[in-house]
Design a protein around this ligand. Structure first.
Ligand code: MN
Length: 230
């Protein structure tokens, strides 16, 4: 590694590991679109099993340690989307379904915060989604937990409360594309690397947030997180 960077090198984005001094270094953040049928319906789409599609956030969009979510610029409609996050321990291409879970290091609870108004404009115009999805602080994430501790979750409640009221409630077993399938398909499109995160989609009930709101994210068997909109 060179010690001659032209400017100071940016820090490595990192998720604290629960009950540990370790930190999980983050490479890329991939996101799956419309992976719960009831959310596909609420967004006006066919809930049938169409080929999954993906978009990305930036690793430095993460907010860790129950940090605040600053209401972003240029939007009047920012939505919460609670999601199970996969943390990849090993990379690869064309990873088989059978072998997929062996590449997973662990899991976390994440929020795919979305400037819905900007995303909707981009959808209509057939343009890329970055301005709706990949802005600063758009990926609050809980501490990471190793699969060696919790296993590989395939069922369990996924729930988001806003100011104490349940807004999103689903079950991981409602995911249209399961964790091994997501890894198989994504690794056919990209070379996955250790440190990649995959946000696996959100159940129904997405909605707007406002400054002062307290978001409480919970996934049974995985973890929880609180996020204040400031
Ligand atoms: Mn999402």
């Amino acid at each position: 590694m060179t010690s001659h960077y032209a400017i100071p090198a940016p820090p490595v984005p990192c998720l604290p590991v629960r009950n540990s001094d370790d930190c999980f270094p983050v490479h890329r953040i991939y996101c799956v679109g419309r992976n719960y049928a009831d959310h596909a319906v609420e967004m006006g789409h066919d809930p049938n099993r169409e080929t999954p599609f993906f978009f990305q956030k930036n690793a430095d969009n993460l907010v860790t340690n129950n940090g605040d979510f600053p209401y972003p610029a240029s939007s009047k409609e920012v939505h919460h989307e609670i999601e199970l996050v996969i943390a990849m321990g090993n990379g690869g291409t064309d990873i088989s379904r059978k072998n997929a879970l062996n590449h997973v290091w662990g899991y976390a609870v994440g929020l795919d915060m979305t400037r819905r108004d900007l995303q909707s404009e981009m959808k209509k115009a057939g343009r890329p989604w970055e301005i709706g999805k990949a802005f600063e602080h758009s990926a609050p994430c809980s501490d990471a937990v190793p699969a060696s501790e919790i296993g590989h979750p395939n069922k369990g409640s996924i729930r988001l409360k806003v100011n104490g009221e349940v807004r999103q409630l689903g079950n991981l077993n409602q995911m249209i594309w399961k964790i091994p399938e997501i890894i198989t398909i994504l690794s056919g499109l990209f070379e996955l690397k250790p440190g990649d995160l995959i946000m696996t989609g959100t159940p129904a009930g997405v909605g707007a947030v406002y400054q002062g709101d307290l978001l409480e994210s919970f996934i049974e068997g995985v973890g929880e997180m609180t996020t204040r909109v400031v």
